[in-house]
Each structure stands twice: as structure tokens, then as C-alpha cells.
Write a protein that binds this ligand. Structure first.
Ligand SMILES: *[C@@H]1O[C@H](CO)[C@@H](O)[C@H](O)[C@H]1NC(C)=O
Ligand SMILES: *[C@@H]1O[C@H](CO)[C@@H](O)[C@H](O)[C@H]1NC(C)=O
Ligand SMILES: *[C@@H]1O[C@H](CO)[C@@H](O)[C@H](O)[C@H]1NC(C)=O
Ligand SMILES: *[C@@H]1O[C@H](CO)[C@@H](O)[C@H](O)[C@H]1NC(C)=O
Ligand SMILES: *[C@@H]1O[C@H](CO)[C@@H](O)[C@H](O)[C@H]1NC(C)=O
Length: 754
């Protein structure tokens, strides 16, 4: 997401305070950028005292001691288990599941549907990979989307006697006609698709389990609950299997092809068979144990892992030579045959060249009526709007980490860009309100990624959690200019539980008109000679994505190692220039849509917390100091926004005030979980801004666990569910539906007789 500044905030803030606040950061910034030639020691202490009051705070023994005491107390006095999220490590007790009865049972006794649980699926696959003695190269794994994505919404339809879902449930043309007036051309009120373009009813009930329909394409704008069903129905009835699956580990990865036939564990595929054998000796499976066991017996692939401190990019990384690419694919084909990934890649290049500038839009988002919010979700994996949910930051955190880990381990160069780079600049983490993540790659790296990993299911390191992400490269790779604007995004790394995604854009030399910002850099000699534009390109070394963003080689190269959301990452060393160009003085704004950056704690805090804290200190203190002993009302939520003066005060709180602020559970949890990494970022920024190397520092950064709880475990907790209770519920439903089937059968016999 591009960072958008809410101007409204500043109109209500005193003008003087506004100017002052911005000037303050502006001078600091330019000061830091322009003074590397000064006496460094002076500069260090000066900037530390200005921007980095946080550093002073951390070096205060008193503050640290009190903060640690607060932590001990909070964790000790936690009757409601508010701080369960403090420990994000995956332990055995979080992953031990009873193997359900249907595993190994004859077909007629098997449930028609089984509950989804990624821990169970993963355990079954790990067990299979442990059992099978063939080398990984010789293995292809079975796959069905229902084992990897929660499709339970389809069950309610299945178990209801009346009304299985059918295509007409997805036809929104009439709804649109009846709900909105005919001259209403609001985009959010239009977009129902013609049924024949995306859905067909079928008689053959075995074609896709029991569903007598096939939803084979995106069906346009829908009501939210139908949009959820449409994505799930697509996965269940029509979506092709991914081409491969990639399991991330701390040290590397396993990359294994998938069979293209669709067969699930419930249908008794090879994975189920292996688990059935295991069941003879074990009652429980333990995902983590099996994962660790697998790592012991099968070495991971780790020969491509990027470990350099600095990564240089070259002009050639950004030049797309289609003929050369095609020749290369043909040579490979002659010598050793293409992989499935490569076949698909070759076809996509042909398709891209054939369509040229007429390329249709590749990605479809979950369009819903009356809200643009569906745009943040891939339609196939849309699972409802998690906009205000506590779930969203958990998902984005894990998705970002898995992307960074994936690209680094398979040896791809990528960096954090746009809004995500801006967020990193503040504290080394994404913004807590982000809806997506932006990353960029040079075109050559991008092509290599698609050639080997397009349609890959990437599985989070099981020692961290159970996330699954689908890498999807758009077809039209040869189009490097904006064109018809259909395909600004080159690829997406999609969370299959929610549909949230990382936008991946490739940068290349293209026929796009150069950004005004670079025009005056064209050397006179080239203009005079009416030199080839290519020569201009080459001498300027300018690259663009498909949405008019230009950067020069100097701006993005070299990349330098850092930490983003606690994971090893790379950013352009020249990030201040990039950010300055893109956001102007937006980089100093410490307020966004009711969230404020409290520099001393280095986290963003919601206004609804800050208002009672600043305006009603007495009440706040009484509430938090007596909590658990004296029942008291929570500090009142006061309407209105923080004033300019209050915002200013927020940047320079005393130690006592900060400790008081930390009494708020949410603030405390966030600070405590991230203080090391954000502190690291602050030291790191100081050095990077002074053009000093951070090589020695980053080497010391340990492998940091996720800061945020696993989203699947989080949901289970929220719903008071366990794998076993879900399983029992399904058994009940299954038994009930058998009766129902009997009743229906009897009814049908009767009707024949009459
Ligand atoms: C929608 O309304 C238009 C104009 O009244 C009509 O021609 C069309 O058939 C209607 N479509 C549906 C699906 O009801
Ligand atoms: C190459 O792969 C294709 C598709 O998988 C297959 O049909 C063909 O037999 C393979 N050829 C060789 C020589 O392995
Ligand atoms: C990625 O795979 C999809 C699905 O097979 C295909 O449509 C697309 O063209 C592929 N993209 C690339 C760049 O290979
Ligand atoms: C950049 O180079 C391409 C060819 O590689 C050329 O078609 C294009 O016009 C050039 N763009 C500019 C702005 O010089
Ligand atoms: C921050 O507050 C302290 C008093 O608590 C004051 O001495 C100091 O000058 C203030 N610093 C800034 C930059 O306003």
C-alpha cells in the first residue's frame, strides 16, 4: 500500500506546532544526510539526543529494570491469559493431534468432509516424507486444495438437505438490477458477471466430490458471503493443483513437485495411506516432532542461500532479452527436458508476446458491493474482510517473514519497497495498519523466480508456525511498460488462509517515457546526436515497474542486509533518497489514521489508547495500579483527536510517563516483543544515515522468532476450538446427514410410487 498522509489531522493541530514538528524532523534529516564529513562522535551524540531519545531511554538502567519488573508482574498476574500471545514459539503441546478415525477406514465409513487443520495436513505430509525411502528427486506428492485451505463454508451447504450450492447462487445480475438504479455508475455497484463465463452446473456428482457444479473463473462483484463461497467453490471444483510445494526450514528448504491429479487425504491418497500405517502404532501425531525428525533424515537444500552483507545489482539484471531467454529454454529442453515450471513459463512467454499490449488483467481481487476493501484480497482465497480484525497484522507479519526467507534461501535478490520501505524506516517493521506488502526485484531475478517457482505452495518454517503461501506469476512478463494498465503487478505471494498478498513488481529497461525527475540528466552529447534511446537508457541506467515508477541503478544498488519484521532482509543502501523522492516530507509524519509513532518506544500506538493516557492521567493510574484488586472502570474513551501540542508531548515523555503507558496490555506486549529489533534498527539507521557500515552489527543478529502469534492457533483460541472438538462435530454432522439421506431416499421412492 502506498502510504497516504491524512492531511485532516494537521488542520486541527496548531499551525505553529505543525510547522515546528515538521521542521524539527526535516532539519534533523537533512542534517544527518549532509554531514558525514563532520566529526562523527559529535554527530552521533547530537543525533542520539535529538531523534533517538529512545536510545537514551534504553541505556537507562532504571528504565530497563522497571520495564522488566513490569513484565514479570504482568506475566505472573495474568488470570485471563491475556499474554498467551507473548510466547510465539511452537511447542509440542501446540501441535499434538489425535489421528481421526476416518484415517485408514474403508471408504463408506469415511466422513464426507473433514475439518481443516494445517497442523494435521503437515504432520501427514512429513510422515509420508519420512516413510518414503526414495530420494526427494524421485518423489511427487499428492495434492488437493481442501487439505491446504479451509473450505468449511462449503460444508454448511453440503449438510443442508435443501439447497446444495449451485451456479445461480453466484449470479448477481438480478441483485444489481434490483438494488441499484440504472443510471448509477458507481464502480462499487457494478460488475456482476455473466454466469456462463464462470460457472456451470454439472450432473456428474463425482467430477468434484459431491458438488454438482464447477466454478471455473472469477465471477465479478458479489455479496461478501457469496464472494467467500465463490473462491472456495473454485478451489474445490476447478483450481489446478500448484506445480510444486516448498517447505521452508531454518537452514534451507525442500522443494518437491506435486501430482496434477486432485486427490485428498480424505479420499485416501498416498499420504493418507502412510498415515494409516502410522496409526497402527500411534494414537497421536505431532507436527513439530515429525518436522524435526524429517530434517534429521533428509538434508535440506541450502546451496543458494544469500548471506552477503552487501548485494550489488548490475545493469544487466534489468535488461530483458526475450530472444536470449527463449533460446535458453530451447537449449535446456534439448539437453535435459524442461521441468513443469519451465513448460508453463515457456507458454507464458509465448502468450505474453501474442497478446502484446492487449493483455487482459491477470490477477482478480475479491470484488464486493459497496466497499473497495475486497481489492486487498485475492478472490480465490478470500475468507471475509479482516480489515479491523486482530488477525490481519498476524497474517501480514508471517507472510512477510516467509517471503523474505523464501527468496533468500532460494537465492533471489529482492528488496522491500514503497510503503513497506517507509514503514521499515521508522522501526524496522511493517505498519500495523498495512493491508499489503510491497517488494521489488530486477527483471532477471523475477524471471528466474517464475521459471522455477511459479505456482509453488510455500510453507512457513514449522518451527515458527503453519502459514501457507501461493506464489503466482502473471503471464505477461514481456510487457515492461504501463500499457493498458491491467497488469501493474507482476506476481503475488498470497496467504491462502485470507487472500492477503505481497505485491511483487519487477523493474526493467523499457520503452516507457522517462520520469520528469530524470529528464535533465540526459547527457547533452546524446541529445545532440539524436542518439538511440537505448543508449540513453544505458547511460542513465533507469528502470521502471509497470506503474510509472522509475529508479536509477545508483538509487537501488547496492542492497544492504537488514532486519524487517525480525527476518533477514535487504533494502537499498540509498533508501533515504528513494523515500524522499516518493514521499517528500511524508517521511517525517508520525501520525496516520489515528495511530501515532511514539519514538521513545519505537512503536505505533492507537489514538484511543493515547487520549485517555494523556488527558486523564489520574484515572489511568488508578485503574492500572489497582487492577486485579479494586474493580475499576477502564479509563474513559474520549472522543476527539490529539491536539498538536499533545502530539508534540508524545515525542518527549518522561521515564515515569512511559512506564505508565506501558501498563496498557497491548502497548506493553508490542513494546516488549519488539524492543530488541526496533532498538537494533535505531542503531542501524544511525550508521546507515552516516554511510557507515552495519556489517558487524547485522552479523550479531540472532534468528529472531516471530513477534506475532500464529494466525491459525490464534483463531482456534478465539473460538475455543481444538482439532478433536472440530473432528467430533464433523462426525455428528456426518451421522445426521446419513439419516437425512435416508429420509430423502424414502421420500423419493414414495413419489415414484404415486
Ligand atoms: C436488468 O435490467 C435491464 C433493464 O431494465 C434489463 O434489460 C435486464 O434484462 C435486467 N437483467 C437482469 C439479469 O435482470
Ligand atoms: C520431457 O517431458 C515431457 C513432459 O513432462 C514428457 O512428455 C517427455 O517424455 C519428456 N522427455 C524426455 C526425453 O524425458
Ligand atoms: C504462472 O502459472 C500460471 C498458471 O499456470 C500461468 O497462467 C502463468 O502464465 C504463469 N506465469 C509465468 C510467468 O510463467
Ligand atoms: C529505453 O530503451 C528502449 C529499448 O530498450 C527504447 O525502446 C526506449 O524508447 C528507451 N526509452 C527512453 C525513454 O529512452
Ligand atoms: C524533553 O523533556 C525534558 C523534560 O522532561 C526537557 O528537559 C527536554 O528539553 C525535552 N527535550 C526536547 C527535545 O523537547
Amino acid at each position: 500500500m502506498m502510504f497516504m498522509v491524512v492531511k485532516r489531522k494537521y488542520t486541527r493541530m496548531g499551525l505553529t506546532a505543525f510547522v515546528f514538528l515538521n521542521l524539527f524532523y526535516y532539519f534533523l534529516w537533512t542534517f544527518l544526510l549532509n554531514l558525514p564529513q563532520l566529526e562523527l562522535d559529535n554527530l552521533d551524540s547530537l543525533s542520539a539526543s535529538l531523534k533517538l531519545s529512545g536510545l537514551e531511554l534504553e541505556s537507562s538502567k532504571r528504565f530497563n529494570k522497571l520495564a522488566n519488573e513490569l513484565m514479570k508482574r504482568k506475566l505472573r498476574e495474568d488470570p485471563e491469559d491475556v499474554f498467551y500471545a507473548f510466547d510465539t514459539t511452537i511447542t509440542a503441546d501446540k501441535t499434538e493431534l489425535k489421528i481421526p478415525n476416518y484415517i485408514g477406514a474403508p471408504e463408506e465409513e469415511r466422513l464426507a468432509r473433514a475439518p481443516f487443520d494445517p497442523r494435521f495436513t503437515l504432520a501427514a505430509y512429513y510422515q509420508y516424507l519420512i516413510e518414503d525411502t526414495r530420494p526427494l528427486k524421485k518423489i511427487a506428492l499428492p495434492f488437493h486444495w481442501s487439505d491446504w485451505v479451509d473450505l468449511h463454508q462449503l460444508n454448511s451447504q453440503y449438510y443442508k438437505s435443501k439447497g446444495r450450492i449451485s451456479c445461480k447462487d453466484f449470479d448477481h445480475r438480478q441483485y444489481e438490477n434490483e438494488t441499484y438504479s440504472h443510471d448509477d455508475d458507481d464502480e462499487l455497484h457494478r460488475g456482476a458477471a455473466d454466469l456462463k463465463d464462470f460457472c456451470r452446473d454439472t450432473l456428474d456428482k463425482n467430477s468434484a466430490f459431491e458438488m454438482r457444479m464447477e466454478l471455473f473463473a472469477h465471477g465479478g462483484r458479489m455479496l461478501p458471503e457469496n464472494a467467500i463461497l465463490a473462491g472456495k467453490a473454485y478451489l474445490y471444483t476447478s483450481a489446478p493443483n500448484p506445480i510444486s510445494i516448498l517447505f521452508l526450514t531454518k537452514e534451507g528448504f525442500y522443494h518437491i513437485p506435486l501430482l496434477s491429479t486432485r486427490k485428498s487425504i480424505l479420499q485416501g491418497n498416498a499420504v493418507a495411506a502412510s498415515l494409516a500405517a502410522y496409526k497402527n502404532t500411534h494414537e497421536l501425531v505431532n507436527t513439530l516432532d515429525l518436522f524435526l525428525q524429517l530434517k534429521k533424515i533428509r538434508p535440506v537444500q541450502n546451496e543458494y542461500v544469500v548471506e552477503a552483507y552487501e548485494v550489488s545489482l548490475s545493469h544487466e539484471d534489468f535488461v530483458l532479452d526475450i530472444e536470449k531467454l527463449q533460446d535458453d529454454l530451447e537449449n535446456t529442453q534439448r539437453q535435459k527436458n524442461l521441468t513443469m515450471h519451465e513448460y508453463s513459463f515457456q507458454r507464458s512467454i509465448e502468450e505474453s508476446l501474442a497478446k502484446g499490449k492487449e493483455a487482459p488483467k491477470y490477477f482478480s481481487e475479491a470484488k464486493v458491493y459497496d466497499s473497495p476493501i475486497g481489492d486487498h484480497y485475492d478472490w480465490r482465497f478470500f475468507n471475509g474482510i479482516a480489515y479491523h480484525n486482530d488477525e490481519k497484522p498476524l497474517i501480514l507479519h508471517r507472510m512477510t517473514r516467509s517471503w523474505l526467507s523464501f527468496t533468500r534461501k532460494v537465492g533471489l535478490k529482492t528488496w522491500v519497497a514503497h510503503g513497506s520501505l517507509l514503514a521499515w524506516q521508522f522501526n524496522g517493521m511493517g505498519f500495523p495498519w498495512d493491508d499489503d506488502v510491497d517488494v521489488q526485484m530486477p527483471i532477471q531475478e523475477f524471471l528466474s523466480m517464475c521459471r522455477h517457482f511459479n505456482q509453488t505452495m510455500v510453507v512457513e518454517d514449522t518451527e515458527d508456525g503453519f502459514g501457507r503461501y501461493f506464489l503466482d506469476c502473471a503471464t505477461y512478463v514481456t510487457q515492461r511498460a504501463h500499457g493498458n494498465g491491467n497488469n501493474n503487478i507482476d506476481a503475488r505471494f498470497i496467504d491462502v488462509d485470507s487472500g492477503f498478498y505481497i505485491d511483487i513488481t519487477a523493474l526493467a529497461v523499457s520503452e516507457e517515457r522517462i520520469d520528469a525527475r530524470f529528464k535533465d540528466k540526459i547527457p547533452q552529447s546524446l541529445i545532440d546526436r539524436e542518439a538511440l534511446t537505448e543508449e540513453i537508457n544505458k547511460s542513465l541506467r533507469l528502470y521502471n515497474c509497470r506503474n510509472y515508477h522509475f529508479v536509477s541503478l545508483e538509487e537501488i544498488s547496492p542492497l544492504v542486509r537488514t532486519v524487517f519484521d525480525g527476518e533477514w532482509a535487504y533494502v537499498p543502501l540509498n533508501y533515504p533518497v528513494l523515500l524522499g523522492n516518493e514521499y517528500g516530507d511524508g517521511i517525517f509524519r508520525r501520525s496516520h489514521q489515528g495511530k501515532h509513532f511514539v519514538g521513545q518506544l519505537r512503536i505505533w500506538i492507537k489514538e484511543e489508547i493515547l487520549i485517555p493516557f494523556l488527558r486523564h492521567p489520574k484515572q489511568w493510574r488508578e485503574y492500572y495500579e489497582n487492577r486485579g484488586r479494586v474493580p475499576l472502570e477502564k479509563p474513559k474513551q474520549i472522543d476527539g483527536e490529539l491536539t498538536g501540542e499533545e502530539l508534540f508531548r508524545l515525542q518527549n515523555l518522561s521515564e515515569d510517563e512511559l512506564l505508565r503507558l506501558l501498563q496498557h496490555d497491548e502497548v506493553f506486549l508490542r513494546y516488549q516483543k519488539t524492543r530488541d529489533t526496533t532498538l537494533f534498527h535505531e542503531f542501524e539507521s544511525m550508521r546507515l544515515l552516516h554511510k557507515k557500515s552495519t556489517a558487524a552489527m547485522v552479523k550479531q543478529v540472532p534468528d529472531l522468532p516471530p513477534f506475532r502469534y500464529d494466525p491459525f492457533l490464534f483463531l482456534m483460541r478465539q473460538q475455543y476450538l481444538t482439532f478433536e472438538t472440530k473432528e467430533a462435530r464433523y462426525e455428528e454432522l456426518f451421522e445426521a446427514s446419513k439419516d437425512e439421506i435416508m429420509v430423502n431416499w424414502l421420500k423419493s421412492i414414495k413419489s415414484i410410487k404415486m
